[in-house]
Ligand binder design. Sequence first.
Ligand SMILES: Cc1ncc(COP(=O)(O)O)c(C=O)c1O
Length: 413
Amino acid sequence: MLALDHHPSGRHFLQIPGPSPVPDRILRALSLPTIDHRGPEFGALGLKVLAGMQQVFRTRHPVAIYPASGTGAWEAALVNTLSPGDAVLMFETGHFATLWQKMALRLGLQPEFLAVPGTDAATGLPWSWRRGVSAELIGERLRADAGHTIKAVCVVHNETSTGVTSDIAAVRRAIDAAGHPALLLVDTISGLASADYRHDEWGVDVTVSGSQKGLMLPPGISFNALSPKALDASRSAKLPRAYWGWDEIVEMNKSGYWPYTPNTNLLYGLAEALDMLLGQGLETVFARHRRWAEGVRGAVRAWGLPIQCADAALYSPVLTGVITPAGVDADALRKLIHERFDLSLGTGLGKVRGRMFRIGHLGDCNDLTLMATLAGVEMGLKLGGVALAGSGVLAAMEYFAAHPQSLPLRAAA
Ligand SMILES: Cc1ncc(COP(=O)(O)O)c(C=O)c1O
């Protein structure tokens, strides 16, 4: 309990964009006794979570579950489908796209990193870190690749470092319009189960996700949703793989088991999360996140601070990036807010370090959790000497009061 000892009372406000707050119901499920992962009860649990995850990814095809953080599932997506030296087209949307690109380099692939060009003069931030994936640029590049040397297009759906949610269906249309056979690999580590996502309908070949965001679990399991084309590619792909190999996992998963010791207690938690999310209905879950996001953006606008996502069509329902005025160190503000109000906000990562902070609105939260969060941020901004145009707290209160959640507040038991 060491980490909690300094909190005198009440709950810590974990408002980073993942790990997200875990509902009590899931915490209780995690604490069940660990069972034999080769025994009869385990098979039923395995089959339940595998089927549930197909519903969440909206796929009829296999989903691999790894006892690993999201980074492991990134690696699994690349090593199962590609061969040493393969060209891959990646898109710079922010820090996580950059990390995936660095991983591709380290694995011996040849990533080409496209980006929306230019810098925003008002904030000094690169445009590509304020906008989404450009399907147009991808289409253009694929049309120029007449010899089809590019083997995969890799994009991040919900860029957690910026709060921009890209249009994946548009990327698929661009690949198809170019008549290009490249695989489409998508990271929705922070989008899944909070933002609308459709693996089959959008023609995604591998979708990568993780447990500690919309699924409301602690970190520790991650996913690859597959397509038949990705499974075909894995049969001839030559990058070395053993632990990550889909073949044995998919085969053993047919009976609800794994080739190695799976993360039993996290799978209990996943089963509980699936009951909550699917019991409530994914559309309800998405609508709830959109509404929270709109309330939070209303607060940011009232403060007179820029929202990092510069394209209103791509606002993330999961988090909001807030750009601090020039000369105000966003990390110093975060530190102050943490010390004074026991509230954790997301830090600016990579190229936007110190220039912004992130408010997570996902996981086990509700209107009042968000109101408290916004109050903590507003107090912190004032204490930090930031001149505010108005009260974000008042704006959010008005928004939430005027827009009652028309959908059930609680998941079915
Ligand atoms: C979009 C995205 N991709 C990849 C990762 C890396 O996942 P992990 O930290 O679970 O390894 C994260 C983590 O926050 C993420 O948000």
